[in-house]
Design a protein around this ligand. Structure first.
Ligand code: CTP
Ligand code: MN
Ligand code: MN
Length: 510
């Protein structure tokens, strides 16, 4: 008893005859197990929806009353794909990328055929590229039909080095840095979070609609984005780049050993160039700053991956001379896949070493390099690590492991790369290196902490505190509810303790 052709496309106002109870089909009635339909009421109306649902069920389709994870096909009428995605987002519903968004015309054809018909482009709802709810992968490519609410925490986002919004993130990085120089903590954090969330987007922002529903973007941030969309640049950023204080602080802090305090002092004294500072007889410098000036040119030029690998060989040779079973892992930006860095970071840990051997390791490494004439600067900080100390609540706190900040002399012949960057006459380059030693059972926490990025670490701590009542730092994870330390052998286990999906190191470039 199929209805005559054309009945479904008749006027919607016409009262449907079939208005039976909305009962879900029992499993044996379902002929097409692979499809789970949901019919959107919006712009279709309750009666027509009820009618279509009942009809589809009688034809052997599984139709859900409510939208759930099991739904595979959403059918809508008079809605675009973007409308449907927006509706889903308002319902705070996560839709998988497998979800099909279809026009009612597809359902009508299925009803006529008495079975699922092929979905063609005519049936599939189009998601316009400026749909705010939809991450698209750039202006040319059709966006995937994935609706995933973006988290306010960087540790719940995947941020690769493929930044689609550099024009915006560069602007916010500069504004954040300016506020850091002025010690405006609130605004600095606001801009850092904005830059971070934009780095995670899989599409380029080209209109204000694109940023609807994205967290961490307040009114001030939005107005800057709008200005960049319209003018290609931000007047606030231009002002910062021309600001005396910003320019001076940027220059001064580029010297190893110079932080905000020293920059402030030099700025107030009226200094604006490094050469004036260097040659001023009245100034005194720390040992760190003297090294910073001495090797300035090398240290401001970025460390390449080839150089980092060559340093890795040096570190392993020196470490294994004392502790052959030690693990040496390159951490920091290079572990996140960066091609260059401001330094090279290493985490060292040995399963078999005694406490004494562990404590002696960096001292032995240092004296070995000193003998070889490779040590241009070092600052060895002894461990203040205590096993039962609770993790620190401070977000940017330094950790308690033994560590060494160094400048190493890296001979060009040790670097496996082109030689065009070699300066004439000089056969080596000064490289900043950080070495950290941790007890073997802490290696997962230390690795997670020293892999960064800083924003990723900040949000990991914030997430643990606010969402899990836990405290995490570079040493440990503590559950405040259960009042116990949670142990972990790997980074994966730490993410699992925190109830987080695992984020790979190269996805932590937040
Ligand atoms: N870190 C830390 N404690 C410190 C210094 C660094 O926990 N005293 C961690 C930070 O979480 C940071 C990581 O170690 O993310 C690496 O620090 P750093 O070398 O400053 O940054 P990178 O991310 O490696 O960036 P770059 O390539 O510029 O070196
Ligand atoms: Mn680094
Ligand atoms: Mn470092």
């Amino acid at each position: 008893m199929d209805p005559p052709p054309g009945w479904l496309s008749g006027p919607r106002k016409k009262k449907p005859r079939l208005t039976g109870a909305l009962v879900a089909s029992s499993p044996q009635d379902v002929k097409f197990q692979d499809l789970v339909l949901f019919i959107l009421e919006k712009k279709m109306g309750t009666t027509r929806r009820a009618f279509l649902m009942e009809l589809a069920r009688r034809k052997g389709f599984r139709v859900e009353n409510e939208l759930s994870d099991s739904v595979t096909h959403i059918v809508a009428e008079n809605n675009s794909g973007s409308d449907v995605l927006e509706w889903l987002q308002i319902q705070k519903i996560k839709a998988s990328s497998q979800l099909e968004l279809l026009d009612v015309s597809w359902l009508i054809e299925c009803m006529r055929a008495g079975k699922p018909v092929e979905m063609t482009g005519e049936h599939q709802l189009v998601v316009s590229r400026d749909c705010s709810a939809c991450p698209s992968s750039g202006p040319q490519k059709a966006p995937p039909l994935a609706v995933q609410k973006i988290s306010q925490y960087a540790c719940q986002r995947r941020t690769t080095l493929n930044n689609h919004n550099q024009i915006f993130t560069d602007a916010f990085d500069i504004l954040a840095e300016n506020d850091e120089f002025r010690e405006n903590e609130g605004p600095c954090l606001t801009f850092m979070r904005a830059a971070s969330v934009l780095k995670s987007l899989p599409f380029t922002i080209i209109s204000m609609k694109d940023i609807e529903g994205i967290p961490c973007l307040g009114d001030r941030v939005k107005s800057i984005i709008e200005e960049i969309i319209e003018d290609g640049e931000s007047s606030a950023v231009k002002a910062v780049l021309n600001d005396e204080r910003y320019k001076s602080f940027k220059l001064f802090t580029s010297v190893f050993g110079v932080g905000l305090k020293t920059s402030e002092k030099w700025f107030r004294m009226g200094f604006r160039t490094l050469s004036n500072i260097r040659s001023d007889k009245s100034l005194t410098f720390t040992r760190m700053q003297r090294a910073g000036f001495l090797y300035y040119e090398d240290l401001v030029s970025r460390v390449t991956r080839a150089e980092a690998e060559a340093v890795g060989v040096l570190v392993k040779e020196a470490v294994w001379a004392s502790l052959p079973d030690a693990f040496v892992t390159m951490t920091g930006g290079f572990r996140r896949g960066k091609k260059t860095g401001h330094d090279v970071d290493f985490l060292i840990t040995s399963p078999g070493a005694t406490e004494e051997e562990e404590q002696q390791l960096l001292h032995k490494v240092i004296s070995l390099w000193e003998h070889k004439g490779l040590l241009l600067y070092y600052d060895l900080v002894e461990s203040t690590f205590e096993k039962l100390k609770l993790p620190s609540r401070k977000v940017d706190a330094l950790d308690h492991f033994q560590k060494c900040f160094l400048i190493l002399k890296l001979h060009h012949q040790r670097v496996d790369s082109d030689q065009s960057s070699w300066q004439e006459g000089k056969t080596w380059k000064a490289i900043r290196v950080d070495l950290v030693v941790c007890p073997y059972e802490r290696r997962a926490f230390a690795l997670l902490g020293w892999t960064g990025s800083r924003q990723f670490e900040r949000d990991l701590r914030r997430y643990a505190t606010h969402e899990r009542k836990m405290i995490i730092d570079n040493h440990a994870l503590y559950d405040k509810t259960k009042r116990i330390f949670l142990e972990a052998e790997s980074e994966e286990e730490i993410f699992a303790h925190l109830g987080l999906d695992y984020i790979e190191p190269w996805e932590r470039n937040a």
